[in-house]
Design a binder for this molecule. Structure first.
Ligand code: MRU
Length: 361
């Protein structure tokens, strides 16, 4: 996608160096900052602090993190330690574990001397595949949206969190059909939820603004009223983990939108690539939900009147806070899943129709 008109991805290898650069998403939307990752520690820090975030991008970054770790030494012990360190960063996005399993399958059979190069190339392949799969999600998703639209020349959509290109290598998942529609000259307007407490909705507004897509930011709690009022063609969100029965984990607040969409008889779609589908996970109850720091609610970040970055305390440091970062939307509330292979019902039979080669319990 484009930043200030320049084609840009969220992560890219640095030419001639064993390093990658990322867009520091903790600085957005106020500042566009590029950060270099040159080691395993840099990568672990970038994932935990959410400089990179979004399930597909977390997976790709972890793959590069493993390659950076092996650049120094690549024996079995180091490989094991690096995998353990990356796997421990965030629990819900299955792309992280999918990428580490794929990297290990590629590396373990190799002699240590061959692992550093192989890891670098495999991480690059995972990144390219992610971009291509998201591009295809855009095409498949647009067909689903147009079929549901009241007026095929204009789409009025609602989303939650950021499942745009900032959450992937390129194109995004939930926002990929939006960009595909715009590229085909179809009018689009997107209702963007702030998505407290980390405000990923501000990232969505930033990237839609970069691409000239009309959008309106709302408080998370305004979604129910807007859906009930009508005039919205569909809700479209991403996922951090899809279970084999079609249950979906995504950013906290997604479940509430699914309930409100159902009550208003508005379609609710979930878009994600194969790397987000956990065929070994029987249902939503088995998905680990990340609990994040209480200060994410006690403190808010922004710019003060002189446009200087500021952190403000809105709650006493000893205020009791719970901060689950994801929730689970049951398959029964999902109108369809949209993947790089097409769309299907949110069910085991649906997933089996698109991924017959996978094992199902
Ligand atoms: O905590 P985050 O910002 O990593 O959560 C991201 C989401 O929940 C996204 O909707 C999901 O990862 C899909 S990204 C294409």
């Amino acid at each position: 996608m484009k930043v200030h008109g320049k084609p840009t991805r969220t992560i890219w290898p640095v030419g001639g160096a064993r390093a990658v650069e990322i867009i520091d998403q903790t600085a957005l939307p106020h500042a566009y900052r590029v950060v270099r990752l040159s080691s395993l520690d840099d990568t672990v820090r970038a994932i935990c602090s959410m400089q990179v975030r979004g399930a597909p991008l977390i997976g790709v970054t972890a793959a590069y993190g493993l390659a950076l770790a092996l650049a120094r030494s690549a024996d079995d012990a180091l490989l094991q330690d690096a995998v353990r360190a990356l796997a421990a960063t965030r629990p819900t996005a299955v792309n992280l574990h999918w990428a580490l399993l794929r990297m290990q399958a590629c590396l373990r059979p190799l002699p240590p001397s061959a692992r550093a190069d192989a890891a670098w190339h495999e991480a690059g392949r995972i990144a390219e595949e992610d971009a291509e799969q998201c591009r295809r999600i855009g095409e498949n998703g647009l067909q689903v949206l147009l079929a549901a639209a009241r007026d095929r020349s204009r789409l009025d959509l609602m989303t939650h969190c950021n499942a745009g290109w900032l959450a992937t290598v390129d194109h995004g998942t939930a926002l990929a059909p939006v960009y595909a529609a715009v590229d085909q000259g179809i009018g689009v307007h997107v209702w963007v939820s702030e998505t407290r407490p980390r405000n990923q909705g501000l990232l969505t507004a930033w990237e839609l603004r970069q691409h000239g897509v009309p959008h309106t930011l709302i408080a998370d709690n305004a979604a129910g009223l807007l859906l009930a009022r009508g005039g919205i063609d569909a809700v479209l969100v991403g996922a951090d983990r899809m279970a084999a029965n079609g249950d979906v984990a995504n950013k906290i607040g997604t479940y509430l939108k699914a309930l409100a969409a159902r009550a208003a008889a508005i379609p609710f779609y979930v878009a994600a690539p194969r790397s987000t589908i956990d065929f070994a996970c029987p249902n939503g109850a088995a998905i680990p939900i990340e609990e994040r720091a209480a200060d994410e609610l006690r403190l808010v970040y922004g710019r003060d009147a002189s446009s200087v970055a500021a952190q403000l305390r809105q709650l006493p440091a000893d205020e009791a806070v719970a901060n689950p970062a994801f929730d689970v939307t049951p398959a029964s509330l999902v109108s369809a899943l949209i993947t790089e292979r097409g769309s299907c019902a949110a069910s085991t039979a649906g997933l089996r129709s698109l991924y017959p080669e996978e094992e199902y319990d």
